[in-house]
Structure formats: C-alpha cells, structure tokens
Design a protein around this ligand. Structure first.
Ligand code: DX5
Ligand code: ZN
Length: 220
C-alpha cells in the first residue's frame, strides 16, 4: 500500500552560503523531509557535505526529518556519524557496502530508518533477502552525482516493479524516487507507485518555494 505522499527537497540545489535559511524556508514552504546528498568524489564524481553540516542544521533548530542519501563508499563508518549528527533516514547503495544486511541492521539499531538505493543500471536483486530490514527503497531516476539532470524514463518500469514487490511483502516500505522530478512528470511517477519524491532543482531553482512544493503536491 502506498503511504502518504512526501516531498523531500534536495539541498544539493540550495545556496550553500545560506544553508540554514534555505532549509528553514523550504520547511516553511511545505517540505516534509530534507534530502541530504552526501557525495565523496569516489563513489560519485562530486564532493558535497558530511555529518558536521547535518549536526549544525540540528543545532540551528531544524526539526524536520533529515533524509541522508549516502553516495559514498565505504558506508558503515558514515552511518554512525550521521546517526549521531541527527539523521532520521539513512540510505545507501548496495554496491557501496560489502555487507548490505549488516549495514541495514546497523542503521536500524541506531534508531534510523534504513534505505536501499538503486541506480538506473542496477538490478533489484539486492532486495531478495533483506526486505524485512528495509524501511525505504529509493529508485534513482538519474545517475547519481549531480542535481538538475533529466529524468530517465525507464525508471518508471522499475518503480512499478518495486511497488509490486512492496505490496506483495505486505510491509510498510516507502518507495522513494530521486532525480529529475518536476511538476510535469511527478504524476506519472506517482501513478507508477512512488510515494516519496525528492526534488532539488524543481524547488530550489525557483524563487517561490511554496508555489514549487504546492504545485508538485497538487499533481499527486
Ligand atoms: C543526484 C542526487 C539528487 C539530486 C536531485 O545525485 O541524489 O538528490 O540532487 O536533484 P534534481 O531534482 O535537480 O534532479
Ligand atoms: Zn539524492
């Protein structure tokens, strides 16, 4: 069963010189989660932010759920650091962890929700034996590394497949999609079965966050 829709603006497209204000503004504008993209210039060809930035958002009084998307390898040490820094959801790519089952358990043991992320070219096999340890399945609809890329349409077929897997399992697992989501395509993504939507440029590259988020929500 699909869960209530969630919009998670990705701060990758925010103005980093004003990060605290950007995050408060987007929450005020209706964001449900804050999507926090961690890139290590190793697993992906870009470099962003780490646990210290997460901690300072918490210190600045940000209470919204922080959804950490680890595009980094290895994963396990970062999990502890982000849980400690105030993350609520921690997602990683199965090929970035040597022991996927252990990493999922580690995330949940730290009272965070555990997410598993699939790149456009990655098959869903990693889901085969670990479904009961997963809270979020994240389907990438661009290759990870950069904001502002174009949605890869074959993601829709994959989303439908994951929706079926989740429904057959009878578990409360969120189906999140990340990359190239905008107000023109969000309905087809929701219709394919997604309930959790990351949007970077579609929110932060506008000058009215409230309008941007409400236009996305209106379509789903
Ligand atoms: C891509 C990141 C995404 C990205 C989304 O590697 O994981 O979260 O920031 O940005 P848009 O919505 O602009 O594609
Ligand atoms: Zn992301």
């Amino acid at each position: 069963m699909k869960q209530n829709p969630i919009i998670a603006p990705s701060i990758l497209s925010a103005d980093f010189s004003q990060l605290g204000n950007e995050v408060s503004n987007v929450i005020e504008a209706g964001a449900d989660w804050i999507h926090f993209d961690v890139m290590d210039n190793h697993y992906v060809p870009n470099l962003t932010i780490g646990p210290m930035v997460c901690r300072s958002l918490r210190k600045a009084g940000i209470n919204a759920p922080i959804d950490v998307h680890l595009m980094a390898s290895p994963v396990d040490e970062l999990v502890g650091m982000f849980a400690d820094a105030g993350a609520n959801i921690i997602s990683f790519h199965p090929e970035a962890s040597l022991h996927v089952d252990r990493t999922l358990q580690q995330i949940q043991a730290l009272n965070c929700q555990a997410g598993l992320v699939f790149n456009p070219g990655t098959p869903l096999q990693a889901l085969d034996y670990i479904l009961e340890k997963v809270d979020v399945i994240l389907i990438m609809s661009v290759n990870p590394g950069f904001g502002g890329q174009k949605f890869i349409p074959t993601a829709l077929e994959k989303i439908r497949k994951v929706r079926e897997i989740i429904d057959n399992s009878g578990r409360d697992i969120r189906l999140q999609v990340d990359g190239g989501i905008n107000k023109e395509n969000i309905k087809s993504i929701a219709d394919a079965g997604a309930d959790t939507f990351v949007a970077g440029s579609a929110v932060f590259d506008t000058d009215d966050y409230k309008l941007a988020i409400s236009s996305l929500k209106a379509k789903i």
